[in-house]
Design a protein around this ligand. Structure first.
Ligand code: SAM
Ligand code: SF4
Length: 329
């Protein structure tokens, strides 16, 4: 699949639920209305769409959400997609999770063929963790992270950089990740969905963070890539990597290789734009594989050039009204 700007589209992110057991301040408001269950694709419908994408050249799938591990029976999807790794055409199956359920699921994920997981952890301080996630417990996420490591999964820690909240912790987090062999990826907050507060109050440009980290750490340039948007450096002192996802300060759309499927079967060709293609009606009208394949190609032919994110005090409205938990982070 090649989009109108010549970018090969090889990476599909699938949000399997918009629900979550946390309410992170940058992601959701405390009082969220979730989608009614009948609107959700079944796991079989998701599997069928994923198989269609793999037929069209997708070789990496990330399962996300909401919190993917709170979707009932989600392991059946991991197992069926895991069966497509290798000769089935899939190179990598992975997930992004808040870690709260990993003690239970890490061994099963490994058995299904998952080898890497991204766990969101914005702080190592229990009180700050409760403040950010509202409903989460630091210990449970840490137990999940170490269960993933023990199960043989490579762990990457994702942290959203939040002004005045966790910005003083990045040195400690880098050291902690180095000690345990985890890569760390810092993310700029993006203006997605209404939250209870001002994005401008949260937003911290990572260009500043990187300059600060360089005072303590030797960040060596590397061309390491995971297929995602992060730019990575090797931390000479620990040997681990640090990545920066900078949608605000450095637009990386020119190398975008991905599209996002929501749990209702809506395909967003860009995280930061509203244009979308609906697959649920096709699936429920018993469309043939050929019809689904053709609909995917039509959608890819509409992929926009990039996002137009703005975070400033003059712009109170989010650039995109849907939350990250709907589109899938
Ligand atoms: N619940 C899982 C988790 O937290 O890892 C998966 C879904 S979550 C939406 C995926 C990633 O998006 C997380 O790393 C989260 O920190 C990030 N995220 C959520 N809202 C964001 C926003 N407005 N800007 C930047 N990153 C955001
Ligand atoms: Fe849930 Fe992940 Fe959003 Fe936090 S970032 S509220 S864990 S979906």
């Amino acid at each position: 699949m090649i989009d109108p700007f010549g970018r090969p589209i090889t990476y599909l992110r699938v949000s399997v639920t918009d629900r979550c057991d946390f309410r992170c301040v940058y992601c959701m408001s405390e009082d969220m209305t979730f989608l009614p269950k009948p609107e959700l694709l079944t796991l079989e419908e998701m599997q069928r769409l994923c198989a269609a994408f793999i037929r069209q050249g997708t070789d990496k799938i990330r399962i996300t959400g909401g919190e993917p591990l709170v979707r009932r029976d989600v392991m059946t999807l991991f197992r069926s997609l895991g069966g497509m790794i290798g000769e089935g055409g899939l190179r990598e199956l992975t997930l992004t999770t808040n870690g709260s359920q990993l003690t239970r699921f890490a061994p099963e994920l490994y058995a299904a063929g998952v080898r890497r997981v991204n766990v969101s952890l914005d702080t190592l301080d229990a009180k700050t963790f409760s403040d950010i996630t509202r409903w989460g417990k630091l210990d449970k996420t840490l137990d999940g992270i170490f269960a993933a490591k023990a199960a043989g999964l490579a762990v990457k820690i994702n942290a959203v950089a939040l002004k005045g909240v966790n910005e003083h912790e990045f040195d400690a987090m880098l050291a902690w990740c180095g000690e345990h062999g985890f890569d760390l990826c810092l993310i700029e907050t993006m203006p997605l969905g209404e939250i209870d507060g001002q994005r401008a109050d949260q937003y911290l440009p990572l260009s500043m963070v990187r300059a600060r980290l360089r005072k303590t750490w030797t960040l060596q340039e590397t061309d390491y890539k995971t297929g995602g948007p992060a730019r990575y450096f090797t931390v000479a002192e620990t040997g681990a990597r640090i990545g920066f996802i900078t949608p605000m300060t450095h637009n990386f759309c020119e190398s975008c290789n991905r599209v996002r499927l929501t749990c209702t079967g809506t395909l967003y060709m860009c995280l930061g734009q509203d244009d979308a293609a609906e697959f649920r009606p096709l699936l429920r009208a018993n469309a043939s594989d050929a019809e689904i394949d053709a609909a995917i190609l039509r959608a890819i032919a509409r992929k926009p050039k990039g996002h137009d994110f703005i975070i400033d005090r003059a712009t109170a409205e989010p650039s995109v009204s849907r939350h990250m938990s709907v589109t899938g982070g």
